[in-house]
Ligand binder design. Structure first.
Ligand code: C2E
Ligand code: SIN
Ligand code: SIN
Ligand code: FE
Length: 394
């Protein structure tokens, strides 16, 4: 199928199809993949490379490359060097080369590293709506052997403009997504900052374990990522606790422990009615991560599947991690001791399915904990007061 042989209607259909596929992709990587696939199809070419501008290194680099020889290799082309790619980026004009090896504008470097022989090519700048060049599309070697004509150029310009708009939107979404996750994470760190020296590794470990558990339980990638991103907020309610309880370097009295339990209610209130999916998951997790499968947990004594799955998952991750850490009120257990505790609590504190999943992931989890057994000097000092593991409660 070659574009110049298509009827006007067929061309329009391809463009509409392109527009729909492109506007359905919000993630930048997936979007560029779709763009490259569609362009390869519409123009019927052997190779399509999308270069993005890296302003820091002053290079164009191949974000997506489709076709023989290029898919595994990242190609970097200097912006101030001599190449048709830099030329298109710097002038903002389309560059059409009909006989590559006799054209002085052509840069042979890409062929050399990819074992490919370019016959003809078009490099089109990728401009946003203010005219700023974000990158370059390069297509080469039409499958019918003919050079690119004005019609092909026109099509590529049109596709570039559509794709540039979509890329800009995808970047904005990505920025928002990344800054949302960063904000959530920093909020979580704030909540744990007072009572734990090693907040970051603690939150990271819980997040990783929760993610692995979700995947082992067969949740899809998106839901697993939601739990991964929401789990650091499980103890956000601790911001409401007074220092004399949160920082007590010894066992809590029964009354103090009752107060401590309210961190779940505070967490629930802080995240109540959240709008975003990740904060909705965080709401369930912060409210329910101390509920127990057998109905003896807090704050609502929920039982079995009344407890949201997200919370059943994070509960295992949280307790495993807490056991492996030094706390002001107890010394760290070894990962194997903690593992035995998790198994022993199957059907009591924990959902048996989550415990089964934990068995599967434990070899990977063990590796994380073997490499670091953090004992800060403050912790070591506190554990002198109370170096015995907690006794089982009720
Ligand atoms: P945390 O220290 O992060 O512990 C989280 C959960 O891990 C605990 O929830 C408990 O289920 C489990 N866990 C931690 N250490 C042990 C242990 O030595 N043995 C057993 N069997 N389980 C353990 P829990 O009990 O609801 O406690 C919630 C939070 O309350 C704890 O978070 C900690 O911040 C605080 N806390 C609990 N007991 C004491 C205490 O005696 N002294 C102080 N200062 N804080 C305590
Ligand atoms: C306690 O009995 O005071 C400690 C409670 C616990 O975290 O298991
Ligand atoms: C933590 O403080 O590390 C988690 C404790 C909890 O889940 O209450
Ligand atoms: Fe908690």
């Amino acid at each position: 199928m070659q574009i110049s042989k298509l009827t006007a209607e067929e061309k329009l259909n391809l463009l509409v199809d392109f527009g729909m596929k492109v506007s359905n992709e919000i993630k930048l990587d997936a979007l560029l993949d779709v763009v490259a696939t569609q362009i390869t199809k519409i123009l019927n070419v052997g190779r399509c490379i999308i270069f993005l501008k890296d302003s820091e290194t002053k290079e164009l680099w191949s974000k997506i490359a489709q076709g023989k020889g290029v898919e595994q290799t990242e190609i970097r082309v200097p912006l101030n060097g001599k190449s048709e790619i830099a030329l298109a980026a710097n002038t903002g004009e389309i560059v059409n080369i009909t006989n590559a090896y006799e054209d002085p504008r052509f840069y042979m470097g890409v062929d050399m590293v990819t074992d490919y022989r370019t016959k003809n090519l078009v490099a089109a700048p990728l401009k946003n709506n203010t005219g700023k060049v974000m990158g370059v599309f390069q297509v080469s070697n039409k499958n019918d052997g003919t050079p690119f004509d004005k019609k092909d150029e026109g099509i590529l310009m049109l596709l570039s403009a559509m794709a540039a708009g979509a890329i800009e939107i995808a970047r904005l979404y990505e920025d928002i997504h990344v800054s949302q996750l960063e904000t959530i994470y920093r909020l979580a760190v704030t909540a744990e900052y007072r009572d734990q020296q090693d907040t970051r590794s603690h939150l990271k470990n819980i997040s990783i374990i929760s993610y692995l558990l979700a995947l082992a339980l067969g949740l899809d990638q998106k839901d697993a990522e939601l739990i991964k991103n929401a789990s650091p907020l499980h103890d956000i309610g601790k911001v409401a606790l007074a220092d004399n309880i949160l920082l007590k370097p010894a066992k809590l009295t029964d009354t103090e422990y009752e107060t401590m339990k309210s961190h779940t209610m505070y967490g629930g209130r802080i995240l109540e009615g959240a709008h975003s999916k990740v904060l909705q998951a965080a709401h369930k997790i912060s409210l329910c991560h101390h509920e127990k499968w057998d109905g003896t947990g807090y704050p609502n004594r929920l039982k079995g599947e009344q407890i949201p799955l997200e919370a059943r998952i994070v509960s295992v991750a949280d307790v495993f991690d807490a056991l492996c850490m030094d706390r002001v009120y107890k010394a760290a257990w070894t990962p194997d001791e903690a593992f035995r505790h998790i198994l022993e609590q199957s059907g009591k504190a924990f959902d048996p399915n989550v415990v089964e999943a934990f068995k599967i992931i434990f070899p990977s989890v063990r590796k994380i904990y073997r490499t670091k057994r953090p004992v800060t000097s403050t912790m070591a000092h506190h554990t002198l007061y109370n170096a015995v593991p907690l006794k089982e409660k009720n």
